[in-house]
Design a protein around this ligand. Structure first.
Ligand code: ATP
Ligand code: MG
Length: 774
């Protein structure tokens, strides 16, 4: 065994210790949540550095988010004392961008290629589908985008797909044509979409063995966290990187140990994962990558970790019991020495607002008892759930942040400014140029744009190059001048790009194009906000420069393109964090609120019909539960507004998998919602005060809040025996006045369908809806 400093191994259990110390070609660490997989990976890296078995530059570690990468880097540097310059710890996407930018030429790309996010891809697809007029064949942007993504994750490209498809089927043929044009447009624009980043790197390595050899020689230790969520392309990438270096690619002066053939043995590979936490099948993640690891790497050593260091026994028991309902899985025996801990708290609200009020009240209670907001997190299945949560948190004055909720880069003005930046970094990017051509207004209308486009198509050049030729196109003098001016500005700023910091480039662009001035000149108060947002972007570029003194525009654009929801979580923010269950992977909090544990939400209704969909949703529930260290709250609502409709919600089937004795129901789902005869263990909790929320709540802190709760949310409302009939007029606190069109069901579950005068048609549960009869 290597002479690893004992300090580095302090506190590890025997299996963890072995996982850090094992040396060999391949190591698989499979273990349940919270058993120290990520911690072991981190210490393993530190041990390789500390013993000098590896230089930092010989290490490639893959994490699931940029944030996790930063944390791992910091932790390693702490452990080995000092910076580990040259070590690659990053996500798959970031690592691939680094490789592709260096090797762009081999792939016929320029190094400043643009990375299209999903909105960019969709904009492009929309244009293509329209051009080809194939929307009548049922080709929608989301369906095509999903299919292309899937193909790329399987390493198919247009040509290989073309060979496999039935060209007689008009829909298939149309899809193929869209795919072909999409691929060509990306190429012409010197752009790659998200899935290309991985797939193109694999293609690069396969097409250019000497390039692959560079990285095979360089990375001697490859470590991958969350391996259960790798897709086929990522799997193939790792396969390529861990191949032995062929003798012909070994430099004569190498000092590396050679194998019997004179080649260099493949890198050592460590992967860690938990197949029970695989939650990205919809993005092509393939659980087989972990299940079949031993077949792919026959020399692999497998280590199981069974002690959970994160959660209390009650939380762990709930998690174990939930996941046990999935069949076809490897049994695990997670245990903890942490003690039973608090029981899980269950709560059923009458509405999503009621549920949110419960969450807010509990957060306040914990806070008053000394807990920090930043140690609490609220998880939800779909983004629309945040509406009620945010409303109540704001009114309760609880500071919160939504991971992935800033949407800053989705704002039109930010997209404009970014399009300017992209266009000077990558002049071939027509999508970016089209966005800014007439923003701010320069009199370049659709007809002019079409003339320029036609000229570009004739010459086979990017749109940008036609700006200089504007005077040859027979356009009016004013618009001709505007186009030429724009071209000149872009050319001149482009010349700054190689040397200037991104902040200077952006300043130059917004000043010279008059973009911010144009916003300031209008009377629309929203434009003032927009101008401020652009200035906010400017401060981001300055902040970027502080972190990366050598960083150039392209580095800034890369960082922005790769930012993900999880990267926005700031543990030091002093706020409660709200996030989707998908984002929560790998994280941990003292207190976790799992909201919306209802049928159609968790499991989500879209997954119910998919093969394996329910099992995947159950894993999502398992991931959520296992984030909690000390306290877990499971909540649901009896009615939920979704798709503009308020419908009766049913408790999730997954609640039945949580043993009843582990949950204390503050307010149980009760009989009102139980599905006759199939009541679960958990749901068998005594049913109390079914429609009398007010008596089961802690006393309201003040009158105002109480009044507001009933007025705005209708949460505490009980309309008693209010009966409605078609034709009645009612008033709703949110939707205003309307006429009852139909009443179905019987009290207390009677539902009124109401045509509101301005808010459209809604279905309301009469008993609790915030309505009065007029
Ligand atoms: P997940 O499956 O959720 O990704 P994981 O297996 O990666 O979890 P970690 O996040 O590495 O688990 O560890 C969970 C928690 O347990 C962390 O707070 C970590 O610091 C702690 N931990 C891990 N190993 C030990 C140990 N030997 N002694 C004490 N605490 C530990
Ligand atoms: Mg982990």
């Amino acid at each position: 065994a290597p002479a690893v400093d004992e300090a580095l191994l302090a506190g590890l259990n025997p299996q963890q210790r072995e996982a850090v110390l094992h040396r060999g070609k391949a190591l698989l660490i499979v273990a349940g949540a919270g058993s120290g997989k990520t911690s072991v990976l981190t210490r393993r890296i530190a041990s390789l550095l500390q013993t000098r078995e590896a230089w930092p530059s010989q290490i490639l570690a893959i994490t699931f988010t940029n944030k996790a990468a930063n944390e791992m880097r910091e932790r390693v540097e702490q452990l080995v004392g000092g910076a580990a310059e040259g070590m690659w710890i990053s996500t798959f996407h970031s690592a691939c961008v680094r490789i592709l930018r260096r090797q762009a030429e081999a792939m016929g790309l320029k190094t400043a290629f643009t990375i299209y996010d999903s909105a960019d891809s969709r904009a492009l697809l929309k244009r293509i589908i329209k051009e080809l007029e194939v929307d009548t064949l049922g080709l929608t942007v989301p369906s095509v985008a999903g299919k292309i993504s899937k193909l790329k994750n399987e390493l198919s490209d247009v040509d290989s797909y073309a060979r496999s498809v039935n060209a007689d089927d008009p829909a298939d043929a149309a899809f193929l044509e869209v795919f072909r044009r999409y691929t060509e447009s990306l190429r012409r624009a010197n752009a790659l979409d998200f899935d290309d980043l991985i797939a193109e790197t694999v293609h690069l390595f396969r097409a250019f063995p000497e390039v692959a050899a560079l990285y095979q020689r360089r990375f001697r230790h490859i470590l991958v966290d969350e391996y259960q969520d790798t897709n086929h392309a990522q799997y193939a990438l790792i396969r390529e990187l861990t191949r032995p270096v062929e003798p012909q690619h070994v430099p004569a002066d190498t000092r590396m140990r050679l194998d019997a053939n004179g080649g260099i043995p493949g890198a050592s590979l460590t992967v860690v994962g938990d197949s029970d936490q695989s939650i990205y099948a919809f993005r092509g993640a393939d659980i087989r990558n972990i299940v079949e690891f031993e077949r792919d790497y026959p020399e692999a050593r497998v280590i199981l970790l069974e002690q959970n260091y994160r959660s209390t026994q009650n939380i762990l028991d709930a998690a174990n019991s939930v996941i046990a309902s999935n069949f076809d899985r490897q049994e695990k025996n997670l245990f903890t020495t942490a003690g039973a801990g608090d029981k899980i708290t269950g709560f059923t609200g009458y509405s999503a607002y009621d549920e949110a009020q419960f969450v807010a009240d509990e957060i306040q209670k914990l806070r008053e008892a000394g807990a920090a907001y930043s140690d609490m997190a609220v998880f939800f299945r779909v983004n629309s759930q945040t509406r009620a949560l945010e409303d109540i948190l704001i009114r309760s004055a609880i500071p919160y942040r939504i991971a992935g909720g800033t949407k800053f880069y989705e704002r039109a003005e930010i997209k404009d400014a970014m399009a300017y930046l992209v266009q000077v970094a990558n002049p071939a990017d027509d999508l970016a140029l089209r966005r800014i051509m007439n923003t701010p207004k320069r009199g370049i209308g659709p007809a002019t744009e079409a003339a320029l486009q036609a000229h570009a198509d004739r010459l086979g050049v990017p749109l940008r190059e036609t700006l200089r030729d504007a005077d040859q196109l027979g356009l009016g003098p004013k618009v001709t001048k505007a186009i030429i001016d724009l071209g000149t500005t872009l050319d001149e700023v482009e010349a700054m790009v190689p040397t200037a910091p991104p902040a200077d480039v952006l300043t130059e662009l917004i000043v010279r194009t008059g973009y911010v001035d144009a916003l300031r000149a209008t009377r629309d108060p929203q434009d003032e906000v927009r101008a401020e947002n652009v200035e906010e972007l400017l401060s981001f570029t300055k902040e970027f420069a502080r972190r990366n003194p050598e960083g150039r525009l392209i580095d800034f654009l890369t960082e922005v393109a790769l930012v993900a929801a999880a990267d926005e979580i700031d543990d030091a923010s002093g706020s409660v964090t709200l996030m989707t269950l998908h984002t929560a992977k790998g994280l941990e909090y003292d207190t976790v609120f799992l909201t919306g544990i209802e049928e159609d939400l968790l499991p989500h209704r879209m997954s119910a019909g998919e093969p394996g969909g329910i099992a995947e949703e159950r894993r999502l529930f398992y991931v959520g539960i296992t984030r909690a260290k000390k306290r877990l709250f499971l909540s649901l609502a009896m009615t939920r507004a979704q798709f503009g409709d308020t419908a009766v919600a049913m408790p999730s089937r997954f609640l039945q998998d949580v043993p009843g004795h582990l949950i204390e129901w503050r307010q149980s789902p009760g009989q009102a919602n139980s599905r006759g005869g199939t009541r679960s263990r958990a749901l068998n909790a005594p049913t109390r005060q079914r429609f009398s929320y007010s008596t089961s709540l802690p006393p309201a802190p003040n009158r105002e809040k109480r009044e507001w709760t009933s007025a705005v949310t209708g949460a505490v409302r009980d309309n008693g025996d209010l009966t409605l009939a078609p034709g009645d007029r009612i008033r709703h606190t949110d939707f205003g006045e309307g006429r009852v069109v139909d009443v179905t069901g019987t009290a207390p579950k009677a539902v009124a369908e109401v045509q509101f005068d301005t808010a459209g048609r809604k279905r309301l549960l009469i008993k609790i809806a915030p309505i009065e009869k007029l």
